[in-house]
Design a binder for this molecule. Structure first.
Ligand code: OGA
Ligand code: ZN
Ligand code: ZN
Length: 375
């Protein structure tokens, strides 16, 4: 049954079938007109120059059913679907409904860790979508049955998108070797860290594929950085807020590189939700905060570091040849125990994919019908 929206001075009020009323600003409605004059039908981008819209734009009349139909005072007509309006509501509630909802986890995830075989991924879009959904929700998934040869990890990553290159190149071999470029290429223990925190655009998804593993030790650990940040916020809000507000230097140096940036250890979105955790003890430069913040910073860094190392949060496992860890490097931290290179080889190959490309792939797989063009 069509209803007539109530036309106010700056907004109109719509009543949803469930009885709820929402107010929508005229300027916002006019800006989002999806007609072919305002939105290019093929490029799906805005043609309307919204710098030129009259801020006092007003409807002449409006009706609402499955579509909100507006005739503006200058005669332009706008027709927007109720589904689009519902999906794109503004304000905190609307943003929350569209936000990713990470499923936080602790060590008990070991009972049923997110795992998927390469065979399932390659069985069709459903398999690919299940893999990417696991990574989005849990921040990681172990892919099993990846061929144990150099290059297979690139092919796995390319099922999502192109590679995100860094100063380590397109990919890297994790083996214990003389003259290592970084600590991962030794046999020492690596505490829980985020890779490549020194880059402003740090790698999104990280892949670590086990090609050979006969050495003793070298177990893997994953930790949910968002659960750790949640605990820090609950237990020590002041320390949490300090790490989420000050910027510290992270740097990578070798003979040909000097890649450095100031970064926050905990990155929040505009609503205060955890968006990134950037922790890498080995890459922290000489902290250059104001003198009164030096001790509070180290105190907060250590308290957070200890939460990240709490066995209650650690998912510990041993990789087997053919396994590939795939994790969201902005959320899940990784670690490994020391290993003894004299007891046999340990060879992983790693690479990265941009987080935007990963989420884009998943959203495209989630498209049900042409509605996506409207949202
Ligand atoms: C790395 C790393 C972990 C491992 O290469 O970034 O942290 O298990 N490796 O060797
Ligand atoms: Zn239009
Ligand atoms: Zn690493």
């Amino acid at each position: 049954m069509p209803t007539t929206p109530t036309l106010g001075d700056r907004t109109l009020a719509l009543q949803w079938p469930d009885g709820e009323t929402i107010d929508l600003h005229y300027i916002w409605l006019r800006d989002n007109c999806p007609c072919p004059e305002c939105k290019h039908p093929d490029a799906w981008e805005r043609l309307l120059d919204n710098v030129e819209i009259d801020l006092d734009v007003k409807p002449e009349s409006a009706s609402f059913d499955e579509f909100l139909d507006i005739t503006w005072q200058d005669g332009h007509k706008t027709s927007m679907s109720a589904a689009w309006l519902q999906a794109n509501r503004y304000g905190r509630e609307g943003r929350d409904s569209r936000r990713e909802k990470p499923v936080l986890w602790t060590s008990s995830i070991a009972k049923d860790p997110p795992r998927i075989s390469l065979g399932e991924i390659d069985s069709g879009d459903k398999g690919l979508r299940r893999w990417l959904t696991l990574v989005r929700d849990y921040g990681f998934a172990i892919v099993t049955g990846v061929p144990t040869r150099v290059g297979a990890v690139i092919e796995l990553a390319n099922r999502i998108a192109h590679i995100q290159e860094t100063h380590f190149g397109r990919e890297f071999q994790v083996i214990s070797k003389p003259d290592p470029e970084n600590l991962a290429f030794t046999s020492v223990k690596l505490t829980a860290h985020t890779d490549v925190v020194n880059r402003r655009n740090l790698p999104g998804l990280q892949f670590l594929h086990c090609i050979e593993f006969e050495a003793e030790g070298g177990d893997s650990i994953l930790v949910d950085g968002f659960e750790a940040a949640r605990r820090l916020r609950e237990q020590h809000p002041d320390m949490h807020d300090l790490l989420a507000s000050v910027e510290v230097p992270y740097l990578f140096l070798d003979n040909g590189h000097d890649v450095r940036n100031h970064q926050r250890v905990i990155v929040l979105d505009g609503d205060g939700n955890h968006e990134e955790v950037r922790v890498h003890s080995a890459l922290l430069g000489a902290v250059d905060l104001d003198p009164e913040l030096i001790e509070p910073f180290y105190q907060a860094w250590q308290v957070f570091g200890n939460i990240l190392r709490d066995p209650e949060l650690e998912y510990e496992f041993k990789m087997e040849p053919g396994d590939c860890q795939v994790f969201d490097n902005r959320r899940v931290l990784h670690a490994r125990a020391e290993f003894d290179p004299n007891t046999g080889p340990r060879h992983l190959q790693g690479t990265y994919v941009e987080r935007d490309d990963f989420m884009s792939k998943l959203r495209v797989l989630e498209r049900v019908n042409n509605e996506f063009r409207l949202s």
